[in-house]
Design a binder for this molecule. Structure first.
Ligand SMILES: [Zn+2]
Length: 300
């Protein structure tokens, strides 16, 4: 089924260049340098049917705003993100594309563009949530081409954070899959279980704890599947399969509105009839379910 859709980046991150002021000045003056705008999780995307590409611009066309170096590709082209509202640069944004979020564009973009977009969104979200020093409360300043914030009060350095979250497909010994619906979700939409890793806990322990907490099922044998960034605002989703040792469901009412076991036939029929909606194509949840199912599942 190929790589996870938000784990496809191919541009070298070029960390050593983030502090190279001379190089940064030179490439910012070069019109071959490519810039994407990012604003509140969206960027400008040009769509052509089922395909799409980022609407990239030269530094001269980019509006003022915080600048993040995203890396340099194999052809030597540097890529930056600039955080700025669309339409604040020149020419008009409709010459470039339409604002789109990762959930929508993630499946349409090619490897390079999907990787640049998810990286820019993740950095933007980190900056938005870390404007003040956790030690002294001073307002921190952006540094290292957007990869660090420095506190002018005490000189402390702060680096982008990700929150590890486990997401797990639980199956029983009859090879049925466990899906559940959160209290905020619409009727008919279900997914696999997920939760944040807690301090002092391994990924495997988090998998088994979350399954027990959320639906009362004792699980075992967590097996890693893969990971992808989920910058809403800063999760790293770590996908697992696990085996249920018990099958009685006792959902935690605060977290789970409904949970049930599905056979392949039941799940396929329910999706086809529209009775069951699955998580989006860009999610690792969808990939876990399709891996268990044995093929892509059509329908949303
Ligand atoms: Zn401070």
């Amino acid at each position: 089924m190929g790589p996870l859709l938000l784990s496809r980046g191919v541009v070298d991150r070029s960390a050593a260049l983030r502090g190279d002021e001379e190089w940064l000045r030179r490439v910012w003056a070069d019109e071959a340098t490519r810039v994407l705008l990012v604003h509140e999780g969206e960027t400008l995307v040009r769509s052509r049917g089922a395909e799409a590409s980022l609407a990239l611009m030269s530094p001269a066309q980019a509006p003022e705003g915080p600048r993040y170096l995203l890396g340099v590709d194999a052809g030597g082209v540097p890529y930056f993100a600039v955080k700025a509202p669309f339409g604040s640069g020149a020419p008009a944004p409709d010459a470039y594309g339409a604002p789109m979020g990762l959930r929508q564009a993630g499946a349409l973009l090619d490897d390079r563009d999907a990787g640049l977009f998810v990286y820019a969104v993740a950095l933007e979200a980190w900056h938005a949530g870390h404007e003040h020093c956790p030690r002294c409360g001073s307002r921190t300043e952006i540094a290292s081409s957007g990869h660090m914030r420095i506190c002018p009060g005490d000189g402390s350095q702060h680096f982008p954070r990700v929150d590890p979250a486990v997401i797990m497909l639980v199956r029983d010994d009859d090879d049925r899959v466990l899906l559940a619906r959160g209290p905020q979700w619409p009727q008919g939409r279900m997914s696999v279980l997920a939760g944040f890793v807690e301090p002092g806990e391994s990924l495997e322990q988090a998998v088994l704890r979350e399954v027990l907490e959320e639906v009362g099922v004792v699980a075992a044998d967590p097996r890693y599947m893969g990971s992808q960034p989920w910058p809403f605002p800063r999760s790293l989703m770590l996908g697992f399969f696990a085996r249920a040792l018990t099958t009685e469901l006792r959902p935690d009412a605060d977290e789970i509105a409904e949970a049930r076991w599905w056979t392949r036939d039941e799940l396929g029929a329910a999706v086809r009839s529209g009775e069951l909606g699955l998580p989006s194509q860009v999610s690792i949840a969808r990939r876990l379910i399709e891996t268990w199912y044995g093929s892509r599942i059509d329908g949303d």
